[in-house]
Structure formats: C-alpha cells, structure tokens
Design a protein around this ligand. Structure first.
Ligand SMILES: CC(C)(COP(=O)(O)OP(=O)(O)OC[C@H]1O[C@@H](n2cnc3c(N)ncnc32)[C@H](O)[C@@H]1OP(=O)(O)O)[C@@H](O)C(=O)NCCC(=O)NCCS
Length: 150
C-alpha cells in the first residue's frame, strides 16, 4: 500500500474519493466535487491505496491563511476496510508530510458521539480544545481537537 497526494488529473481516484464521501458521510459533512477539487488545488488531499489502487483511507486538509496551521476537514476509511489500521497509517504519514512543509498545528472537529474517531485522534496526539455548541446548525455540536506537530 502507499500514500498518494491526489492531483487534479487523477480522475479515477477522484471519482472513488467522491463515492467514499457519500458512503462515509451521506449528505451531512461529506465533501462534494467542488470541495474535493478545492482541497486538491489549494490544500492537500491524501489517500492510502492498496497495490490495485483501491481506496483505503482519505485525508482532506485545508491551509489556514497567514498561519502555519491546517484544518483536517475530512477523514475516513472505506466502509469495508475499517478497523484494519489504515486510518492510523494515513494520519501518521500525512502529519509527517505536513510537518515537512512547515505546518505546526492541525485542527479538526468531530461529533462528540463519534467515539471511534475520537479514540483514534487521541491516540495520535490530538487533544480536545473545546465543545463548539451548535457549530454546524442547531443541535449539531462538535469537539474542536488540535495536535501540535513536534
Ligand atoms: C474513524 C475512522 C476514520 C477510523 O478509521 P480506521 O481505518 O477504521 O481506523 P484504524 O483501524 O486505523 O484504527 C485507529 C483507531 O481508531 C479506534 N478504533 C477503530 N475502530 C474502532 C472500534 N470499532 N471501536 C473503538 N475504537 C476503534 C482505535 O483507537 C484505533 O486504534 P487501535 O487500533 O490502536 O486501537 C473510520 O471509522 C471512518 O471512516 N468512520 C466514518 C467517518 C468518520 O467518522 N470520520 C471521522 C470524522 S471526524
């Protein structure tokens, strides 16, 4: 398996990423094609793929203007590939890549009920900074988490 930084010409892979967004997030919170292309061209979009280029995990980062910080907008593993350690591999690898280009902090938001994701982020060194009440609409709360890249 390998980590790929997705480029705008990688149309087959982009289609797989789009379908994975629908499968992982439905219509709430997933990235549409406009956002996917924006991550590719103006942020960083990384995927972990197997030797046949099947999609394992996806990480979508935005840069924070004027700061050496990034926001992890979206992170998911293909439904049938979950629980096999792929998420951890992609998180660790992309943290290294972002550190190499000068990023010092990563922020993300996560549903307070999403224990699996919170476990994963805490294991990878993220800390809960605050509860953002009604962040994405009434009753749609989020934890803001942050990791310093050392
Ligand atoms: C959250 C998600 C990305 C984890 O990806 P994954 O590839 O299955 O994760 P991994 O197998 O690498 O496991 C990483 C850690 O997650 C946690 N985890 C994974 N599966 C778990 C489960 N069933 N129960 C509890 N914790 C679990 C563990 O802490 C695990 O570390 P460990 O193996 O050392 O115990 C995946 O479940 C997913 O895509 N969920 C839907 C989308 C989503 O919620 N994304 C996060 C949005 S903020």
């Amino acid at each position: 398996m390998r980590v790929v930084e997705v480029q705008s010409k990688d149309r087959e892979l982009i289609e797989k990423i789009y379908l994975n967004e629908l499968e992982s997030f439905g219509v709430m919170g997933g990235a549409d094609m406009w956002m996917i292309m924006s991550f590719i061209r103006y942020g960083k979009l990384y995927t972990l793929v197997d030797e046949k280029d099947n999609l394992l995990s996806v990480a979508q980062y935005q840069g924070v203007i004027g700061k050496q910080e990034a926001f992890l907008y979206g992170f998911s593993t293909s439904l049938k590939e979950r629980g096999k350690g792929y998420g951890k591999i992609l998180l660790k690898d992309t943290h290294r890549k972002l550190k190499d280009i000068g990023i010092k902090k990563i922020y993300l938001t996560v549903d307070p009920q999403n224990k699996i994701a919170i476990n994963m982020y805490e294991k990878e060194g993220y800390k809960i900074e605050e509860l953002q009440q009604d962040e994405y609409g009434r009753g749609v709360h989020r934890y803001l988490m942050m990791k310093k890249l050392m």
